[in-house]
Design a protein around this ligand. Structure first.
Ligand code: AMP
Length: 287
């Protein structure tokens, strides 16, 4: 495994791998790696001959009042984890490498970014789409791997690649959870012991929603009402609880077939997100 810091180095390394006939799988991350990231890496390894993991805390996707400066930066531990998993290349540029001058070109995805996390975090998805476009241009992967954990981000990236005819495939991988159900996240490490217990309310709210749907409830307002109660009972502050079309991200009133149940909740100062993708034709699988 090599850790590379410059765009020139990563281009060269990928070119060498390609010359050897290896396909390039790419896992973009902000580091503080956990098994959620690990699952993307393993998916890439199953399909590609060379796996590149980027570790870059992207300043342009954080709002001025957000946690950019305190976001965990753990490159050494991350590198050891990647090494253990058998990653081929880590790309860990500094901010100056990715943004050497004032950035004037931005990628803006309309409509999909208006609601959910986009409403509470103006500019967030512009930063995400732009950095992913830049990283795709640096790494030039055949397949890039994203987590369903960030459902809106996955939808935005899929649409960017489609609408801009970017020459790669996007693979969206399932949410990896702690044994008690909490979705793994780099931000979980901000939680105190009490907050960690209360953070389970996101998972419990999703489970309850699923149970009510299995029992026949289809009215979105009834379903979200029950979720609000669970979160508020645990002193969580709701940013949003939404049931939307998984592709357009438009709000649903009544569940017909496919639905994305998504929520963002503050537990103390920490904003956590989670979601559940449902298909009424296939309600067998538990979350
Ligand atoms: P991040 O480092 O938080 O930007 O995440 C990098 C990638 O890992 C994104 O595509 C996330 O959706 C994905 N990811 C983060 N947490 C999980 C999880 N618990 N399960 C699956 N994928 C995840």
């Amino acid at each position: 495994m090599v850790t590379l810091h410059t765009i020139e180095q990563i281009r060269q390394a990928v070119q060498n791998a390609r010359r050897q006939g290896r396909t390039i799988g790419f896992v973009p991350t902000m580091g503080a790696l956990h098994e959620g990231h690990g699952s993307l890496i393993k998916a890439a390894q199953r399909q590609c001959g060379c796996v590149v993991v980027s570790i870059f805390v992207n300043p342009t996707q954080f709002g001025p009042a957000e946690d950019f400066s305190r976001y965990p930066r753990t490159l050494e531990t991350d590198a050891a984890y990647c090494q253990k998993l058998g990653v081929d290349i880590i790309f860990a540029p500094c901010a100056e490498e990715m943004y050497p001058h004032e950035q004037l070109a931005w990628v803006q995805i309309e409509k999909l970014t208006a609601g959910l996390c986009g409403a509470a975090r103006p500019g967030h998805f512009r930063g995400v789409a732009t950095v992913c476009a830049k990283l795709f241009n640096c790494v030039q992967p055949d397949i890039a791997y994203f987590g369903q954990k960030d459902a809106q981000q996955a939808a935005v990236i899929c649409r960017m690649v489609h609408d801009l005819n970017m020459p790669l495939k996007i693979c969206v991988c399932p949410i990896i959870r702690e044994p008690d159900g909490l979705a793994m996240s780099s931000r979980n490490r901000y939680l105190s012991a009490d907050e960690r217990r209360r953070a389970l309310c996101l998972y419990h709210a999703l489970q309850t929603c699923r149970e009510q749907i299995v029992a026949g409830q289809r009215q979105v307002n009834r379903l979200t009402e029950a979720m609000h109660q669970i979160v508020e009972r645990n002193q969580g502050r709701v940013d949003y609880i939404s049931i939307i079309d998984p592709q357009t991200l438009e709000p649903l009133i009544h569940i017909e077939r496919k639905a994305l149940v998504a929520l963002a909740v503050y537990i103390g100062q920490t904003r956590l997100i989670d979601n559940l993708l449902l298909d009424l034709n296939d309600l067998e699988n538990p979350i």
